[in-house]
Ligand binder design. Sequence first.
Ligand code: 4NP
Length: 156
Amino acid sequence: MTRYSVLFVCLGNICRSPLAEGAFRAEAERLGLDVIADSAGTGGWHKGDPPDRRAIAAARRQGVDIGGLRARQVTAEDFRRFTHILALDHDNLKTLRALRPSDGTAKLGLLLDHAEGFEGLAVADPCYGDDAGFDVTWNQVAATAKGLALTLKSNP
Ligand code: 4NP
């Protein structure tokens, strides 16, 4: 059985969390880690939409295809279904804490707490900036993916 399942959560689920999902899935595959990865938004404005084309392009530059992902909103069931739910920033972590049902079992945390040297920091939203911002986001989520995958691998 798959022991770990990780849900990455930002606001719209079209810029940051699909990149986090893609980077983590690629790293887990590389390490042969049996995990489930998914992403969602605390907001529902983009339900059913693919990631922002600039996010798709940034992932593609790293050899990762996130074009098939579709945005969805976090549900109460997510707190029972996933072992870990990681927020891309503090606002979304706060929203997740408020949404968490009393029988929720998922561990909630801040994504960058798993990236050495970036603990406590937020992944800034690149959606309203230029294309280069998406490469910065990729670097942050890829550093996290490595740290997180190694942590999970050493705690089977
Ligand atoms: P994300 O960026 O949270 O990184 O996906 C956003 C994308 C869209 C919106 C907000 C944030 N929006 O309000 O539509």
